[in-house]
Design a protein. Structure first.
Length: 318
């Protein structure tokens, strides 16, 4: 499990991926065909997978005809990667993990039995699991069947791109993901514990640019009701007052002194202290293909100043 580019989470866990809705604004569909190999030929290798209706099931890593590992052998078709279940147990540091984000694991094509396998694997985890779906009614059905897990580490989100929303009637933590924001959103229900905003970043003909009044309306409603609001970098330019807030129960806990030495550092220019992942690593390489050695870290402001001072025009600004 790697760190994720989803700004409001620390990591991503995809035991189930893919979707059948074919939404035009879905960014995950662009990645569906990468690291797949020849999808048509992959489907002919029936000795490596089984099926449950429209869902492909992999008990082990899929190996293509050329001997390569395919992480998405069936593209964006719904797939249950059963061998990925245990990945959640490998994480040692508590954090916010978004689950099944590369698709919709609560779609009607995914069976209750598959979801129960994932939930059972996550029992006792120290991670805070963030689920997101376009089928929030599935949460209610799973809770009625006694399958939906309860506890502070489980957060159940649903996608709202525009218009009014109905909060799923479940016992767990609930949050809204307006990513991408495609129109004005109605009043935020008071039961919502967190709101995430993001803009439409997929490159396609009918891409929607968010209006400032849409964003400011959500910000004002959240401020009034005391609901934390997280704005992704894609939508900050359309906000009068950008915010990156988390609910108290999702805030990262204080690291031990040992782990601080691993994950935190100081800027070598100004001395600013922060997380390594939020700074720019400097390294030197001796000769083409030679060993690379870490020199230190610079904060973004110092890196920009260094680029300007030495007129390094080929270095992109971050």
């Amino acid at each position: 499990m790697h760190r994720t580019k989803v700004e409001w989470a620390d990591r991503m866990w995809n035991p189930i991926s893919g979707c059948m809705k074919n939404c035009s604004h879905c960014k995950c569909t662009e990645r569906g065909g990468t690291f797949s190999g020849d999808i048509r030929f992959n489907k002919s290798m029936t000795d490596q997978y089984s099926r449950d209706g429209e869902v492909f099931i992999l008990d082990d890593v899929f190996i293509t005809k050329t001997g390569q590992h395919a992480s998405r052998p069936f593209g964006f078709s719904p797939t249950f990667f059963r061998y990925r279940k245990k990945i959640i147990d490998e994480l040692k540091t508590p954090g916010n993990v978004v689950v099944g984000y590369e698709g919709d694991m609560f779609g009607p094509w995914i069976s209750d039995e598959m979801l129960k396998e994932v939930f059972d694997q996550a029992k006792g985890t120290q991670q805070r699991l963030l689920f997101v779906t376009t089928f929030p009614e599935r949460y209610e059905a799973l809770e009625q069947k006694g399958i939906l897990p309860e506890g502070d580490q489980y957060w159940y989100g649903w996608a709202v791109t525009k218009g009014k929303t109905k909060v799923p009637e479940i016992k767990g933590h609930r949050f809204m993901v307006c990513e991408p924001l495609l129109g004005p959103v109605g009043e935020i229900p008071e039961e919502v514990e967190w709101v995430v905003l993001g803009a439409d970043t997929k490159k396609y003909k009918d891409r929607v640019t968010p209006k400032e009044e849409w964003v400011d309306g959500i910000e004002a409603d959240c401020e009034k009701k005391g609901i934390p609001l997280f704005m992704g970098s894609s939508i900050e330019a359309y906000a009068s007052n950008p915010k990156k807030q988390y609910p108290e129960k999702l805030k990262t806990k204080e690291l031990s002194s040992i782990r601080k030495g691993i994950y935190e550092t100081d800027c070598n220019a100004c001395g600013k202290h922060g997380m390594k992942r939020e700074m720019c690593a400097l390294s030197v390489q001796y000769g083409r293909g030679g060993p690379r050695y870490a020199l230190g870290y610079l904060c973004h402001d110092c890196l920009d100043a260094w680029i300007e001072e030495y007129k390094l025009n080929d270095v992109p600004k971050l």
